[in-house]
Each structure stands twice: as C-alpha cells, then as structure tokens.
Design a protein around this ligand. Structure first.
Ligand code: HEC
Ligand code: HEC
Length: 339
C-alpha cells in the first residue's frame, strides 16, 4: 500500500497510538490470559514433500479395493471427517469408531481416540494395513508405488535417495497433514482483538463455556487434543460401543474410558459427535457434556449460546486443488474390490 508516512499526519499517528495501546490492553485482558489461543498458520518448509503427500492422501490405490483413500473417511470437503456415525471400510465393513477430523490434528498430543499413535507419521501407517479400513499391507502399498515410474521418480526427487519404503510414504503423508490447519476463525479474530468478530450471544456462550468448566478439558489452540480425560466424569456414559479408551493402550484399568479430548475446532462441520458417533447435533453433544462431565443441566438458552460460540470456531478450510495421480503401469497389481 502506498500511503503517506504516519509522521506526515500527526492526527493519524495519534490515532494509531491509541489503537495499538487498546490492542495491547485487550491482548492483556482477552488475549494472553484466555484459556484458548488462536491457530497459527502453517509454514511449509518442504513443498515437494507436501505435494507428494497430497497425492498419497488422495490415492485409493493404497487400499486393497483400489477405492478407499485417506480422504474417503477424512473428507476435506467436509471438515476432514466422513460425517458418519462410524466409518465404512473395505468391503463395506462397519467401522468400530467415529472418524475424528484430521484438521489441526498436528496439534494433538497423540493420535487416535486412545492416543495409541504418538504422531501423524506413526498414525499414517495404521489405516493402510488395517483390515477393516484400507485392508492393504505396507509391502503391497510400497510394491504398488514402486510399480509406477512417476511415483518412483518423485520419491527420489523429494527424499534424495532411491529407497521407497513405508517410512517415506508416511513421512510424506504427515507433511501434507501438517498443512491442514484452519486459522482465522471468527473466534480467533476476536482473541486477536477484533471485538466485533463475534456477536453478543456468541460471547455469552464463550463465557458460559469458561465459567461452567468446559475449558478444564477443552483448552489451548485446539480446544482439546492435549489431554486424555474420562468420558462420564460425574455420570456414567451409556454406549454400546466396545471401545475402552486409554486403558487399551496403557493396560492401566484406572484409565478405562479415558479418551483423547477431541478438538472443538470446526466442530460445526464434524458431526456426529463422540467416539461412538451417538450425538447427532451440537445441541445434544453440549447437553450430554454438561450433564455427564460437569453435573450441569443447561437451559435451552444457555445451550443455544454455547452452540453459537462453538460455531465461531470454524476456521479457513484448507484450499486444496485435486492432485492428478500418475497412472498405473502394466506391472501394477490390479485392485481387488470384490474378492
Ligand atoms: C475406513 C475409514 C478410514 C480411512 C480409509 C482412513 N482413516 Fe484415519 N481414521 C479413521 C478412524 C475411524 C479413526 C479413529 C480410529 C481410532 O481412534 O481408533 C481415524 C483416525 C485418524 C487420525 C487421528 C486423528 C485424531 O485426532 O486422533 C488421523 C491423523 C488419520 N486417521 C489419518 C488418516 C490417514 C493419513 C489415512 C490414509 C493413509 C487415513 N486416516 C485413512 C478412519 C479412516
Ligand atoms: C472432564 C473433561 C471434559 C469436560 C469438563 C468437558 N468435556 Fe467435552 N469432551 C471430553 C471428552 C473426553 C470428549 C470425547 C468423549 C468421547 O467421545 O468418548 C469430549 C467431547 C466433546 C464434544 C464432541 C466433539 C467431537 O468431535 O466428538 C463436544 C462438542 C464437547 N465435548 C463440548 C463440551 C462442552 C460444551 C463442555 C462444557 C459444557 C465440555 N465439552 C466439557 C472432555 C470434557
């Protein structure tokens, strides 16, 4: 912008001075001390790796059927989830658990509802070889990629060596997933000092979210993702879903029914809710949380206020142009969707 320098316009400089002092003050009272922080946009350090990871993310040939890609269950057109109670895997198998969003998942302390994968790279190997998801094996996935000359060349370009193993595959996918952050939600604009970014009702909802105790578990930039907590702290949660949570990983019975607190970022887009996908609407999820985590029954107005607040957490969705995938070669093993 070609504007006059502030020093040539004393009034403007005075005004700017007031604005920045006010901004600082509001940072002090509403920024730094809030239990929630804005999402920081991701800086890509290795664009070639991200581009390759994006191809792998969308490539259904990493599944036995040749039909299921990461994007099938974490649809980036739908908040990085599938909006199903539980996912559908190879041969239309009913999945055991709700698919969490991949948006902002790089901010989580661990991956999966029970945290059994320590990071995105470790996680990415899981679904490929999971018989109920992509039903392939790491060897078959690597064989498939090695049979496609354009992939071989691209892996070599990106990693600087000829080794094409599951390690390079998961590293590239993780690099792509790290770009899937959603900054600039209206609530983040508010946190950064734009007091008009949210309405009075949404602000009431946020205050209630704080004073009722939701922030004890849903805090930090991801409003969750940073601890494992018991589902049903005050009142037991009733479900037919057999998932037992953290104790399945640690073997510690005291951690039974502890789940990774899900992020509330983009929660408006990631219905249905909870690990069993039992809550169809945000109103229902908020009502259940109030009851079983805090022993609190919200009025209809309070519930609506909190839901309104939660909807301010929808950020800029990643803008993704569909990658064009290299064609299979004559040597590529054919997909097996029906046998
Ligand atoms: C058939 C559906 C399906 C496919 C295909 C699938 N996922 Fe998932 N994904 C899930 C489900 C269900 C979970 C939760 C499983 C659990 O917690 O036990 C999950 C969990 C995750 C998580 C953890 C998120 C969190 O907050 O804990 C990440 C990251 C992820 N998947 C990435 C991927 C990648 C990368 C691929 C492709 C290689 C992939 N998924 C393929 C269904 C799927
Ligand atoms: C004691 C910790 C704790 C408190 C307090 C808490 N939550 Fe949760 N919240 C969780 C856990 C754990 C889950 C995931 C439970 C599951 O699916 O088994 C969850 C899930 C949710 C979900 C569903 C997200 C999704 O993607 O499935 C919403 C919405 C939610 N909480 C909102 C709230 C609100 C609003 C409050 C306050 C009224 C609140 N929570 C209080 C721990 C907590």
């Amino acid at each position: 912008m070609q504007s006059q320098s502030p020093s040539s316009r004393p009034a403007a400089r005075f005004f700017l001075g007031i604005v920045s002092a006010a901004a600082l003050l509001s940072m002090g009272s509403a920024g730094a001390q809030e239990p929630v922080q804005p999402i920081v946009p991701h800086k890509v350090t290795n664009p070639a790796q991200v581009t390759l990871g994006k191809k792998l993310w969308f490539d259904p040939r990493l599944s036995r059927s040749g039909f299921i890609s990461c994007n099938s269950c974490h649809n980036l057109s739908m908040g990085g989830s599938d909006n199903l109670k539980t996912s559908i895997g190879d041969k239309w198998q009913k999945g055991p658990i709700n698919s969490p969003t991949v948006l902002n998942s790089s901010l989580n302390l661990a991956q999966f509802w029970d945290g059994r994968a320590k990071d995105l790279k470790e996680q990415a190997g899981g679904p490929i070889a999971n018989p109920g998801e992509m039903a392939f094996s790491h060897d078959l996935a690597v064989d498939m990629l090695r049979s496609i000359p354009q992939y071989v060349a691209e892996f070599k370009r990106v990693f600087g060596h000829d080794k094409l193993t599951i390690d390079e595959v998961t590293a590239a996918i993780a690099a792509f997933e790290e770009t899937l952050v959603t900054p600039n939600a209206r609530f983040d604009q508010w946190l950064k000092g734009d007091k008009k970014a949210i309405t009075a009702q949404e602000l009431r909802g946020y205050q209630l979210f704080k004073t009722s105790g939701c922030v004890a578990c849903h805090n930090g930039p991801n409003l969750g993702g940073n601890s494992f907590q018991k589902m049903g702290l005050v009142e037991a949660y009733k479900t037919d879903n057999p998932a037992e949570g953290r104790s399945a990983v640690t073997g510690n019975d005291a951690e039974r029914f502890n789940f990774k607190v899900p992020t509330l970022r983009n929660v408006e887009l990631t219905y249905p809710y909870f690990h069993d996908g039992a809550a169809d609407t945000l109103a229902e999820a908020v009502d259940t949380m109030g009851r079983i985590q805090l022993g609190k029954k919200f009025t209809a107005q309070e519930n609506a206020d909190i839901v309104a607040f939660l909807k301010t957490l929808t950020g800029d969705q990643p803008r993704i142009s569909l990658p064009i995938l290299p064609p299979s070669s004559d040597a590529t093993k054919r997909p097996q969707p029906f046998d």
